[in-house]
Structure formats: C-alpha cells, structure tokens
Design a protein around this ligand. Structure first.
Ligand code: IPM
Ligand code: MG
Length: 368
C-alpha cells in the first residue's frame, strides 16, 4: 500500500490534546493496514515562537510542501498577544496557507440531530442543516499590499490594509465551488459587497462569467455579505454552498459554525492545486481556535479535529468510504448520548477529550 506522509503541527492550546485523539484513529488504521500513514511532527504558532523565535520555520514549510497532507491543531494564545504582526502565532498558519497556495478553504456547517438543542436557534430552523462555505484563503485583505500603520507626524496614525483580487484568484476558487456544487444540490451563492467595493464588483462579474460559460446547470445566486449574515441567522437552509472572499468567509464561517451549536464540531480543509485527481498538500484544521482557557484540562472537544482528519481522508487520500465511516462513528457516539462539556445537555453523559477520542475510535473499529 502506498505510504501517505502527513505532517502534524499540533500548535497551541487545545491543539495538541485534540490531535492526540486523531492519532488513536491513525494508529488503528495503520495497525489494520487500512491506511499506511507516516506521521512527522513539528512546531507551529506560539509553541514554535517559544522554541525558535519564529511562528514557523522555513524547513517546516518545505516539509509541508513535500507531505501528502498537513494536520494542524490550533495556534495562538494570550501569551503571544503583544507581539508585532509578523511575529504572532497566527502568522505561522497564514504562511502555510499562502506558501502552499491553499486558496480554497472548505468549511462545512452541518447540524447533528442529537445536538440540535445546543444551537441558539430554533430546532426547526437548523434541523438537517448542511451547508458548505468555500472561502478564498490566500488573497484579499489578509495579504493585500500596501498594509501597515503609518505615523502621520501630527499625533495621528493611519492603519492601512488593502482588499485586492485578480481575475485568476477569483476564478480558481470559484471553480472549486462550482465543481463541488455539481456533486451537491447544484445551488451556489456567491457573496461580496459589489454595491460598495470594486473588488466585490469584479468578484461578482468573474463568478457570473465562469458560471455562464462552464457551469450553466448550476443555479448561481449573488448576495451582499451583510445580507448573507442576516439570511444565515434567519433561514440558513436556503443555502447549499456559499462562495466568498477571505475576510467575509472568516466572518460568515464563524456565524455558520455557531448555528450548529458548537465551534467544537466543525472541521475545515484548505486545498490548492489538483495533481492527478488529488489535491496537493491539503491543510486540515478545526475551525475553532486554541481555546487557551480550557487547554490541558481534558475537557476540549476533539470532534472538529477528528472530522478534519476525515476530510483529509476524503480529499487528500481520495477514500470517500473511509471518511464516511469516521463521520458515521462520530454521529453514533453522539447518538449514544456522550458529550464533551461544550455540547453538554441535561440528559447526556459527560466525557473528557480522551474518552471522546476512545469512544469514536472504538466505534470506527466496529466497521473492520
Ligand atoms: C480562521 C482564523 C484565522 C483567520 C486566524 C487564526 C488567523 O480565524 O481560520 O478562521 O482569520 O483566518
Ligand atoms: Mg476565523
């Protein structure tokens, strides 16, 4: 069996303990020869700053490029909050995204029936919710130049960031979204602020053009980002795939995530170019952050990281069946009433991070 080399960057806060639970699943797959995964580990974020004074090393980036996939825990924490931008833990993650050209970020927001009461919205509004946000990840205001803080010399300073998109940057991420739409409900909502921003106007025009030429069978809709935020809370099931830029995608994916009850449940995949039908060096990480307040206490929810690994199996290893088994096993454990603290309700049985990982691994084992 071909070996899959994965780079594990568990990072800060709850990252390492969530990643540990994924390793249990990987060990089982390796032992049973279901997969042949070789793990290499390295530092990112605050953990790397403490050790090497940079949020990620050049050699780690090179190693990531050579790997079949990267699994990332989380980065950041109050300890490193006062560092300048280019030295902050988040920079490690942003460099990985940018240097590996992972321009398409897939963030599913799926509501699990047993957790329907964990949402702040009414059950009927979110029951069966299954939307996918495709967020552009290597452009826009996150990377646009000029940027910085200028001293205007009169006691005033000016902070500058630039929202910028080129035709190609828009087209390549739109293409990923259209292709995914073909395999889902064939509805795609493209989101921008073309009423205010030139970059948004270009976004809309390019997506429209690509849709007309290459994807006439996809029902393409356009929506302003502020309206989209409102519609997500009002009636989220009207959406199937939302395609949007880096900044709007950051905001809308947090909102969409919370519809499902807990950020602790949601995975993500960041994908780049396709080589021989497989995405090259995809990066897989939970949508939640490092949650330093609960780190090291065995209470964090490892499910988002486990589901991120499932996305890796799906997109990077092209093994849809195995990915389904992981997802189903997570669902089964929830159906059986086990919960970590963040998704706890009165009737359920509370378990810690490790126990949740064990339960899911055992459930997976039953399939083989
Ligand atoms: C996310 C996070 C990151 C972002 C941070 C940690 C840099 O919020 O992945 O959504 O803003 O993209
Ligand atoms: Mg975010």
């Amino acid at each position: 069996m071909d070996e899959n080399k994965i780079l594990v960057l568990s990072g800060d806060g709850v990252g390492p303990e969530a990643v540990d639970e994924v390793k249990k699943i990987i060990n089982f797959f390796n032992k049973k020869k279901i997969l042949n995964i070789a793990i290499e580990e390295d530092l990112v974020g605050g953990a790397c700053i403490d050790e090497h004074n940079v949020p990620i090393k050049d050699e780690t980036i090179e190693n990531a490029k050579k790997s079949d996939a990267v699994l990332l825990g989380a980065v950041g924490g109050p300890k490193w909050d006062n560092l300048p931008f280019d030295k902050r833990p988040e920079q490690g993650l942003l460099r990985l995204r940018s240097d590996l050209e992972l321009f398409a970020n897939l963030r599913p927001a799926i509501s699990f029936d047993p957790l329907i009461h964990a949402s702040s919205l009414k059950p009927e509004i979110i029951k069966g919710l299954d939307i996918l946000i495709v967020r552009e990840l290597t452009g826009g205001v996150y990377f646009g130049k000029p940027r910085g803080i200028e001293d205007l010399g009169n006691g005033q300073r000016r902070g500058i960031n630039t929202q910028v998109y080129t035709t190609d940057e828009i087209k390549r991420v739109a293409q990923v979204a259209f292709e995914l739409a073909k395999k889902r409900k064939k509805i795609l909502t493209s989101v921008e602020k073309s009423n205010v921003m030139e970059s948004g106007k270009l976004w809309k025009e390019e997506v429209e053009k690509l849709g007309k030429i290459k994807y006439p069978n996809i029902d393409l809709k356009h929506m302003y980002a502020d309206n989209c935020a409102m519609q997500l809370i009002r009636n989220p099931k009207q959406f199937d795939i939302i395609l949007t830029d880096n900044l709007f995608g950051d905001l809308l994916s947090d909102a969409a995530a919370m519809l499902t009850g807990s950020l602790g449940m949601l995975p993500s995949a960041s994908l780049g170019k396709i080589n021989n039908g497989n995405y090259s060096s995809g990066l897989y990480e939970p949508v939640h952050g490092s949650a330093p307040d609960i780190a090291g206490k065995n209470i964090a929810n490892p499910i988002a990281t486990i589901l991120s690994f499932s996305m890796m199996v799906f997109y990077s290893f092209n093994n849809q069946n195995l990915s389904k088994i992981i997802d189903k096993s997570v669902k089964k454990v929830l159906d059986n009433g086990f919960r970590t603290e963040d998704i706890m309700d009165k009737e359920s049985k509370k378990v810690g991070t490790k126990e949740m990982g064990d339960l899911i691994t055992k459930e997976i084992e039953k399939n083989f």
